[in-house]
Design a protein around this ligand. Structure first.
Ligand code: AMP
Length: 223
């Protein structure tokens, strides 16, 4: 690969960004970079930024661009990012999109593709309510759509402890959907204008979306 790919997954909460990003890691050797995961790690570590972020995340609003850009820049500076990244949950505002362009320009890079996962909002409330992850490795599961092969045991790491996100409740999800439509969805137009937008119907099952995404990534990212 000459220039590492920079892929963005756009889509509301529950669209499958995290699940699909992990699959793209496996399928293409890219690195998933989720600002939600980075923020949850800061919350768990009890840093100043984490404390500020926690209060906002509980309401379903967006954490300040300042905090998000600081944690993102730190992560982007790590060597594994050189393999190419899938940004999951970032950028979420026009300020973040412009900051990403500036950060990439510093190393002669640009966004390879922004892929919009198109879904039906109402279905997202149910999807989010049923999801949980392995506490050990972060593998995602769902009460309805994706069970571990052996009940209670993670397929990936064999762990037996699972957790659910505090913000995955119906009230907070509605706020997160609102934040997506007012602040993040305009980025679809932003990337369309730059000629890097791809759209996929993301209402199918996990394997179908994986293969739809795989054909786009195979086309846009040299590997
Ligand atoms: P996610 O894991 O992407 O669903 O994000 C969970 C929560 O973290 C969001 O509801 C926001 O409060 C916060 N968050 C994650 N990424 C960002 C971002 N790029 N900008 C602002 N807030 C974010």
């Amino acid at each position: 690969m000459t220039t590492p790919a920079v892929l963005i997954l756009l889509g509301p909460p529950g669209a499958g960004k995290g699940t699909q990003a992990r699959m793209l890691e496996e399928d293409f050797g890219l690195v998933q970079l989720s600002t939600g995961d980075l923020l949850r790690a800061a919350v768990a570590a009890g840093t100043e930024a984490g404390k500020t972020a926690k209060a906002v995340m509980e309401t379903g609003g967006l954490v300040s661009d300042d905090i998000v850009l600081t944690i993102l820049a730190e992560r982007m500076g790590q060597p594994d990012v050189g393999r190419g990244v899938i940004l999951d949950g970032f950028p979420r505002t026009d300020v973040q999109a412009a900051a990403l362009d500036a950060l990439l320009a510093g190393t002669g890079q640009r966004v390879t593709a922004a892929i919009s996962l198109e879904v039906d909002d109402e279905a997202m409330v149910g999807r989010v309510a049923g999801r949980y992850t392995c506490a050990g490795c972060g593998e995602g599961y769902h009460d309805e759509f994706k069970h571990p092969a052996t009940p209670g045991v993670c397929d990936k790491c064999g762990g037996t402890a699972f957790k659910r996100r505090a913000d995955d409740n119906a009230v907070t999800v509605r706020e997160r959907l609102k934040a997506y439509h007012t602040q993040t969805a305009p980025l679809i137009t932003y990337y369309d204008a730059r000629g890097v937008l791809e759209r996929i119907d993301a209402m199918g099952d996990i394997a179908t979306i994986r293969s739809r995404l795989g054909s786009i990534v195979g086309r846009v990212a040299a590997h």
